[in-house]
Design a binder for this molecule. Structure first.
Ligand SMILES: [Ca+2]
Ligand SMILES: [Ca+2]
Length: 495
């Protein structure tokens, strides 16, 4: 072999060796490529180009929001091998099981845990609901946090003497059949929703749940801006219905109570305020009060299978209530109940107002229309009858305007009674309701009831809050006629 041939061979060997070394380096590279590339992707631009199509995903539950009863959660998905993954702005707790998958593990910190996952190019979001409460005995304070995910209640919630249950706006509780919320002696319930974020108590399945019961709790218990529906009776005590307060303090305001198998509100020996509620579609009384004291204002109660309101031995002040389509009385006062009813509208009930068995009612500015009996005073059991003062009121369109049985006493003044009734200032003229068939019992300007009332003891406003008096005097009935009033039509016209 010549010297030239030998040197050529050496060059070839050298080249082969270089190729082998380069090949070895290239072969060894993939093990560390993903970690290298997540920090320095620009060093291998052709690789970045090849993998750009690999987008960020969340594969956990297909990327859909989900609930878990565990306090920890692991989220996973696919990712680009060249970009680091951030969860809620941090790479902490993010690992890479493979070059194209990410994993994140954390402890849940609230009810609705929102996660935003991003790699700087793609961004994904998922919410994990921590399903931490299903009922049971509370011995410490508990707050049910605002959540888009309903709380399913599988066991009675029992709030003991040392505990307060606070329910935040927007919470929905789905109670299983017969399950109830109990607030025992010394416990406290604070359920304050908001107009745009009510609290909902509803059933979990096709069967009704039990009841909300407060027993011997003098705390500031309240249910505000809530919907209470599809309840019937507590599983272990079928006489506890809907919302029941026993020897307790309770406010129920701005709430909807509907579709109940028993009574709506049952208040026994309690101090209660019931204001601004809509109560309808309940099988028995909408509001039943046994003894105790009640303030009931601005409620709309209709369609109950019993009385709209039944005041049984209670001391009650009721104003601006609209009561109709109840099978029995719009408002019944009985058994030594003492009541003041102001600006009350009752229509299409068996009795507009019934006062019986030793009860007394002072009735100011009532409109009792289209009932079987407008005002009934009688003895339903073997007791005495009822007594009532009727002032500045209208009894019109009822089958019978006013009935009293032996033992009952009624005085009627400054009122418009169909068929007439003796008393100062009384009349017997069609009040010219705007639309009795549409249940619009407001007065037109030329109604004989306008300015026909007495100012003595008259309230400062009407059922709709219109200041009294308008014009030259107080109007009879629940509504004060207001000139230039911007009334909206009550009846929608179907084209
Ligand atoms: Ca009743
Ligand atoms: Ca007037």
């Amino acid at each position: 072999m010549s010297a030239k041939g030998t040197s050529l061979l050496l060059v070839v060997i050298l080249l082969l060796a270089v190729v082998a070394v380069v090949a070895a380096i290239v072969h060894a590279a993939p093990a560390s490529i993903s970690s290298l590339n997540r920090t320095a992707p620009s060093h291998i631009p052709h690789l970045a180009h090849q993998t750009l199509a690999l987008t960020l995903t969340i594969t956990t539950n297909g990327g859909r929001n989900f609930a878990t009863t565990e306090p920890q959660v692991i989220l996973e998905g696919t990712c680009s091998p060249i970009r680091p993954v951030y969860v809620n702005g941090s790479t902490l707790d993010v690992s890479y099981p493979t070059t194209i998958t990410w994993r994140y593990s954390t402890t849940l910190w609230t009810r609705d845990n929102h996660f935003v996952v991003t790699d700087g190019v793609d961004s994904r979001a998922i919410t994990v609901y921590w399903d931490y409460f299903h009922g049971g005995l509370l011995t410490d304070d508990l707050t049910l946090l605002t959540s888009a995910c309903p709380y399913t209640i599988t066991a009675d919630i029992q709030v003991s003497a040392t505990a307060a249950l606070t329910i935040q706006p927007g919470v929905t509780l789905r109670l299983e059949a017969g399950r109830s919320l109990w607030v025992g002696p010394g416990g406290r319930l604070a359920a304050a929703g908001a107009p745009t974020q009510p609290i909902t108590f509803t059933r979990a399945g096709p069967d009704p749940w039990g009841a909300i019961v407060l027993e011997d709790s003098q705390a500031d218990n309240h249910i505000l801006h809530a919907t209470v529906e599809y309840a019937h009776a507590a599983a272990h005590d079928p006489d506890l219905h809907g919302i029941t307060a026993l020897d307790s303090r309770l406010r129920v305001e701005q709430s909807t109570i509907r579709y109940l198998g028993g009574r709506g509100l049952t208040l026994v020996d309690s101090q209660t305020r019931v204001a601004g509620n809509l109560i309808h579609g309940v099988a028995e009384d909408g509001l039943y009060v046994l003894r105790g004291a009640l303030t009931a204002s601005d409620n709309h109660i209709h369609g109950s299978g019993g009385d709209c309101v039944d005041l049984d031995g209670a001391i009650a002040a009721a104003q601006r209530n609209r009561l109709h389509h109840c099978a029995q009385s719009g408002l019944r006062a009985r058994n030594s109940a003492s009541t003041t009813l102001t600006n009350t509208l009752v229509y299409t009930c068996a009795q507009g107002v019934a006062v019986e068995d030793g009860a007394h009612a002072r009735i100011l500015h009532a409109t009792l229309a289209d009932n079987q009996t407008g005002l009934l005073l009688h003895s339903s059991q073997a007791g005495s009858g009822g007594s009532a003062e009727l002032i500045n009121s209208i009894l019109w369109g009822n089958e019978t305007a006013l009935t009293t049985t032996a033992g009952s006493v009624v005085t009627v003044t400054y009122s418009d009674v169909a068929g007439g009734w003796p008393g100062e200032g009384n009349g017997d003229a069609d009040p010219l309701f705007r639309s009795p068939t549409g249940h619009d019992y407001r007065l037109p300007a030329d109604s004989p009831c306008v300015d026909a009332g007495t100012p003595v003891g008259a309230p400062a406003d009407d059922i709709a809050g219109v200041p009294r008096p308008q014009g030259v005097g107080y109007d009879q009935g629940a509504h004060e006629y207001r000139e230039f009033a911007a009334y909206l039509p009550l009846v929608l016209h179907v084209v």
